[in-house]
Design a protein around this ligand. Structure first.
Ligand code: OAD
Length: 251
């Protein structure tokens, strides 16, 4: 699975950028975005619930759906993929982690400076002025709760369909991608833009692009290395093969 050519490229890497999607949290038990919804929410299409229109129409339903998802992600732990990426940051000269995930598992695993393209479900914000609040105000009489500053209904601090990505985060992710000599795409179906455009940019500029995904994506034919395996297995192998074994060799 891990060729000597890949090992060599990674040992020589100066600036590594990693972009993750829901697949990196799959082995933690968080359903990927395009997994079938389970239980109570099976009858809802996520793309319908995760939108400003849905929130305007049925604020309590959308609030309850995200509260259910918040419960899911606060009940699980990071998996070896998250920990391997947190460790990789200490093994290379320059490392940037970009995520489409809103589950905060990278941060819990120890990653710092994570660029959150789609926000973070651990934070809420008011729907009118964007006043941010850490955590979820619970057991309030009114659902969704009202902003303590401006009184507008609260919502999760995540990007909804039809909304633009946070400008600062997208700029930072794009800048890092254009400077990367190695770009990892881990656990994403590469179907949602502009996040997927980062991988396309890395390919276009000739970076070494490594895709980690058990299933093919539209970008698989264009990447430099395709590792068709679960991230929780292959990322720890990469660390051992490329860095820790190297450390042993030079010890
Ligand atoms: P998807 O559900 O579209 O894709 C998850 C990918 O992870 C799939 O390609 C799976 O094959 C792969 N996968 C599953 N298990 C894996 C594992 N153990 N290791 C590695 N890969 C694995 O989720 P995303 O690509 O993240 O946007 O979706 C991108 C965005 O689409 C989400 O952030 C969300 C959604 O619209 C917003 O909410 C704005």
């Amino acid at each position: 699975m891990i060729s000597q050519n890949l090992v060599k490229r990674l040992r020589e890497a100066h600036k590594i950028v990693v972009m993750t999607g829901a697949g990196v949290s799959a082995e933690s038990g968080v359903p990927t975005f395009r997994d079938a919804q389970t239980g109570l929410w099976a009858k809802y299409d996520p793309t319908e619930l995760a939108s400003p229109e849905a929130f305007a129409r049925q604020p309590k339903l959308v609030w309850d759906w995200y509260k259910w998802r918040y419960g899911l992600v606060t009940a699980v732990s990071p998996n070896p993929a998250h920990y391997a990426l947190a460790e990789m940051a200490h093994l290379v000269p320059h490392f940037t982690l970009i995520t489409q995930n809103i589950d905060n598992l990278h941060q819990i695993a120890g990653s710092e400076g994570v660029i959150e393209l789609h926000g973070n479900i651990r934070r809420t914000k008011c729907s009118a002025k964007g006043h941010i609040f850490p955590g979820w105000p619970d057991d309030t009489a009114v659902q969704p709760p009202l902003c303590a500053v401006c009184g507008s209904p609260m919502r999760p601090d995540v990007v909804w369909f039809g909304e633009s990505l946070p400008r600062h985060e997208l700029e930072a992710a794009t800048t890092a991608t254009l400077q990367a000599d190695v770009f990892f795409s881990v656990g994403t179906s590469s179907q949602v833009y502009p996040a997927a455009a980062l991988t396309v940019e890395a390919i276009k500029k000739g970076a070494t692009v490594i895709e980690i995904n058990p299933h093919p994506t539209p970008l698989t034919p264009h990447v430099t290395f395709s590792l068709a395996a679960p991230a929780g297995e292959v990322l720890p192998q990469l660390l051992a093969e490329v860095w820790e074994r190297a450390a042993v060799a030079t010890a």
